[in-house]
Design a protein around this ligand. Structure first.
Ligand code: G6P
Ligand code: MG
Length: 218
């Protein structure tokens, strides 16, 4: 029986995958590169430093920087990213997000956040949805990022709910894998071609809302 829903943030509750890509693109341009568009999907769900490796590899610059230089580059990207989300408000929530969170609460489900982003606590407050979340996993305490199951397992542990009683919602290929390896049901949001490892994919959260309406009727 489903007792909890564990959300990803970027690309699910808000369309910040775009802002992440723009920030990486700005950094790449300053380093003299043109970032291929595929990077946008490749870094979905991937931690900041691991994303930097993907970015550098995509422009054949993976040997150019030392580890300490890479820390600086990741920090610069984060400054650009923060700049782009600093004026976020409830208006920036994905369509249907608040209605979905309300529906889950009304039906007695627990709600958790399992985002790899160190900026997602800021977004929860800025978009005024923090009150819906029973727990928020701190990505800093997770050793292995998505696609490892650790962050979703941590959410279930903190909620004290068995993984098989949880649904995870993701926009990332790596995120879907993480949910599946945690032994949970995975719902994908976004491009079904990107989410080829997920059997239930919706275009948006309104689709997810209808899924839960049906589930609660059963
Ligand atoms: C999310 C995004 C990734 C991003 C990661 C880390 O998972 O989908 O694109 O790299 O968070 O975000 P941060 O805000 O900590 O750099
Ligand atoms: Mg995401």
């Amino acid at each position: 029986m489903i007792k909890a829903v564990i959300f990803d943030m970027d690309g699910v509750l808000t369309e910040t995958s775009h802002q992440h890509f723009l920030a990486w693109n700005r950094l790449a341009e300053e380093l003299g590169y043109i970032l291929p568009l595929e990077v946008k999907d490749a870094v979905r769900g991937i931690s900041r430093l691991a994303s930097l490796d993907i970015v550098l590899k995509a422009v054949n610059a993976d040997k150019r920087f030392t580890e300490s230089e890479k820390l600086v580059l990741a920090e610069i990207k984060n400054i650009y990213y923060i700049e782009s989300i600093k004026r976020f408000t409830a208006e920036d929530l994905s369509e249907g997000a608040r209605e979905l969170l309300e529906l889950l609460k009304e039906n007695g489900l627990k709600i958790a956040l399992a985002s790899a982003s160190k900026n997602s606590k800021f977004l929860l407050r800025a978009m005024e949805i923090k009150q819906y979340f029973d727990i928020v996993v701190d990505p800093a305490v997770i050793q292995k990022g998505k696609p490892a199951p650790d962050i979703f397992l941590k959410a279930a542990e903190l909620l004290n709910i068995a993984p098989e009683d949880c649904i995870g919602i993701e926009d990332a290929y790596a995120g879907i894998e993480s949910i599946q390896r945690a032994g949970m049901t995975a719902l994908g949001v976004g491009d079904a071609a990107v989410l080829s490892n997920c059997s239930i994919v919706f275009d948006n959260l309104q689709g997810v809302y209808s899924y839960f309406v049906r589930l609660f009727r059963e």
